[in-house]
Design a protein around this ligand. Structure first.
Ligand SMILES: [Zn+2]
Length: 713
């Protein structure tokens, strides 16, 4: 019996479980989630699938401590004591409304604490419990990445993410000092832990993506995924400038807390205040989230309205018992401190939806050959304060099943506030899918995945859509800026480009056809292709582009080689090849064994290079060379001679390296059998041999001094 959750259909509980485990793992490693069919899983969708699994298979391995990801996470582990737990959620389910969950939580909490509830009132014809004697606090639920930062005697000692088991958190101490709002030292020598969420504010996120687009890189999908990705980077330096911020929501492991605060509200004020932890930014805004009093149900709606106008992403309101002693008394579900606490509830916002009429469906081939639909709306609909004329439409099978064609009236929601998504159909219409690939015209195949998703696929391995990424790689390596995925896909749609060299044949008219690009955009795209600085004056820019068409772009041979994007063969391989061979033609015609004999080229790379050129690459590159002029290394008396430099040099290493390269010599980073000379001026001060010296001695490679080198030059 199949199980359907939202838009997805699963063969059985095992298939659903597999996806939940896969998604949780992917999130930790990549910072974004795609299912087995390359379809993005949005946060609300994940929550829904997760909740469903919990219902049908509560003892699933997906809820246990060890996830498959523990073995692959970067860095070590920070053990959380007490565990970091998640909070029970009040969201719309099939059998329970959010109000049902809210009412039940208030009743249970009042009963356990021995307090009286207020009168039950009617809201839109529904019974709603009022808190009465229960004193509650509320704050925005931040949708970031949870972490705990540990301080010993006021000094930051470690930081770890919240793991699924609540205990073994991935160590992110190396990133802590680059997160805005994390002090390395507290104003008082307290031993305590700060719990919070790291997030990227929407404005910063937009700026980061805008820059990526200029650099020809793919935009990040959402702030949370981006944040997770940064936390997974191995080197702490890589999070510098990443614009991540923290907002704290609790303090644990603090023995003296009762001296300073008794409630949620007092704690927040103490943490932000100058007599407490002074967690404030330069504008005197606190990093600890504001805790407000929650006295009635209606306030949740007000918070939801306000959330639309703030600069960070929140997906709900957290309700907590205000008195911390009472929270402690309530404890956790099943008396197990890794389970959610009984004293807190997360009220999730209802996702806003809008109705609209589909006026067109655009099918696009993706890099993996899936042909995916996007619904178009001539009359745009408004969601989350923005006007939308496009919405993603899941997949072929989903549309077919629901009769979603041109003319259908559908409801859309904005999952994660990024791209609207069709979530239901009000009025059906005839669904008329394409027969041929919109990019290359190849007949499409119907593909049914393990989880039952039906998709259209283009099996042509030369389908242009599959090449978009290699074209972007080529352009950015050649120095052309500004052609991101979106622009490149528009170029693809012109149908004029099948191979890289055809990019140089594009005209302004080709790009402007069907209003894909405006005149200015077309000129900017061409400026990127011909690596011209995009000046403001269109007429002058047009003239520069025309001139560039008539001349060749000059570029170092190794950079050009790396731009071809051959698997495993980048700049190092490019340098080795251009040093070894006299012309680029020789590189293209070399057989595998000759390639493999070159230092820095392994057998897998040799095979990939050979395959690339013999499988149409040579013809393509020959055409490219009408447009590009390669600068190849000088050939001289030292051609095909390999040098390794070791130790310090009076005139610096680069001085000698340049002289060697001027004579056609090749510089290697490490000693191997293919090394001809190791050059050394000053050995180690203690007289012991360096690693490179030892290796040279082992392999019988000659070690020469500067006077010896000068004789060779
Ligand atoms: Zn195709």
């Amino acid at each position: 019996m199949t199980i359907s959750v939202g838009n997805r259909v699963f063969k059985d509980a095992d298939a659903l479980e597999k996806l939940v485990i896969h998604a949780a793992t992917e999130y930790e490693i990549n910072g974004f989630v795609e299912d087995f069919d390359d379809v993005e899983i949005t946060d609300p969708e994940y929550d829904e699938i997760h909740a469903h699994l919990k219902k049908i298979k509560p003892d699933s391995a997906a809820f246990e401590g060890t996830s498959p990801s523990t073995a692959t996470t970067v860095g070590t582990v920070v053990v959380h004591d007490p565990p970091m737990t998640s909070i029970d959620k009040a969201d719309e389910r099939k059998d329970e409304t959010r109000i049902d969950v809210y009412n039940k939580w208030l009743k249970d909490t009042a009963r356990l604490l021995g307090k009286k509830l207020g009168p039950t009132i009617q809201v839109d014809g529904v019974d709603v419990v009022t808190p009465g004697e229960l004193e509650l606090a509320q704050s925005f639920k931040r949708d970031g990445v949870a972490l705990r930062i540990n301080y010993v005697k006021g000094q930051l000692v470690s930081a770890g993410l919240r793991p699924r088991d609540g205990v073994n958190g991935t160590d992110v101490t190396r990133h802590a000092k680059h997160i805005i709002g994390v002090p390395e030292k507290l104003p008082h020598p307290f031993t305590l832990s700060l719990n919070g969420e790291i997030e990227c504010h929407l404005e910063d996120f937009d700026a980061i993506n805008a820059k990526r687009d200029v650099d020809g890189e793919e935009p990040y999908k959402n702030p949370r995924g981006y944040t997770n990705g940064v936390m997974g980077r191995k080197d702490g330096k890589e999070s510098k400038g990443a614009m991540l911020r923290v907002s704290y929501y609790s303090i644990t492991g603090f023995d003296d807390w009762e001296k300073y605060y008794k409630t949620e509200g007092e704690r927040a004020r103490w943490a932000n205040g100058s007599t407490g932890l002074n967690l404030q930014n330069h504008r005197k805004k606190g990093y600890f989230v504001r805790m407000m009093k929650h006295s009635k149900y209606g306030e949740l709606g007000q918070m939801e309205e306000r959330a639309k106008k703030i600069w960070y992403y929140t997906d709900g309101v957290v309700l907590k018992v205000n008195d911390l002693e009472e929270q402690f008394e309530l404890g956790h579900h099943g008396d197990d401190n890794v389970k959610p606490p009984l004293g807190a509830l997360a009220w999730k916002y209802k996702e806003p939806t809008a109705e609209a009429v589909i006026t067109g469906i655009e099918w696009k081939a993706s890099r993996v050959g899936r042909v995916v639909p996007t619904a178009l709306f001539k009359k745009p609909f408004v969601l989350a304060d923005t006007s939308n004329s496009r919405a993603t439409a899941n997949n072929y099978g989903w549309m077919e099943e629901r009769g979603i064609g041109v003319g259908a009236v559908v409801t859309c929601k904005k999952a994660g506030k990024i791209i609207p998504n069709i979530c239901g159909v009000v009025t059906k219409a005839i669904f008329d899918p394409p027969k041929e690939c919109p990019t290359c015209g190849t007949g499409l195949r119907l593909h049914i995945s393990d989880s039952g998703n039906k998709d259209l696929r283009c099996d042509n391995k030369d389908c242009g859509a599959k090449h978009v990424h290699s074209w972007i790689h080529y352009m950015s390596n050649m120095g052309g800026k500004g052609l991101g995925t979106a622009a490149m896909e528009l170029i693809l749609q012109t149908g004029k480009v099948k191979t890289i060299d055809q990019l140089y044949q594009l005209s302004e008219d080709d790009l402007r056809e069907s209003n894909r690009f405006t005149a200015r955009e077309a000129l900017l795209a061409l400026a990127a292709i011909f690596v011209i600085i995009p000046i403001k004056d269109n007429t002058k820019l047009r003239r520069l582009i025309d001139a560039a068409r008539g001349s060749k772009q000059k570029i170092e041979g190794w950079k050009f080689f790396a731009a071809l994007g051959i698997s495993g063969a980048g700049r190092t391989a490019g340098k080795a090849l251009t040093a070894h061979f006299n012309t680029f033609e020789e590189i293209m015609q070399a057989d595998e064994s000759e390639l493999e004999s070159i230092d820095g080229i392994g057998s897998t790379t040799a095979e990939a290079i050979n395959l690339f050129f013999s499988d149409g690459g040579e013809e393509m590159v020959t055409r490219l060379l009408d447009q590009v002029e390669l600068i190849l290394p000088k050939k001289g008396p030292l051609s095909n001679t390999n040098f390794v430099m070791t130790g310090n040099f009076d005139l610096g290493k680069p001085h000698w390296e340049r002289l060697i390269e001027d004579q056609g010599g090749n510089i290697q980073s490490g000693v191997s059998r293919k090394t001809n000379y190791v050059v050394q001026q000053h050995g180690k001060t203690d007289g012991t041999p360096s690693g490179k010296e030892k290796k040279a001695n082992d392999l019988g490679v000659e070690i020469i001094s500067i006077p010896d080198l000068e004789k060779l030059l």
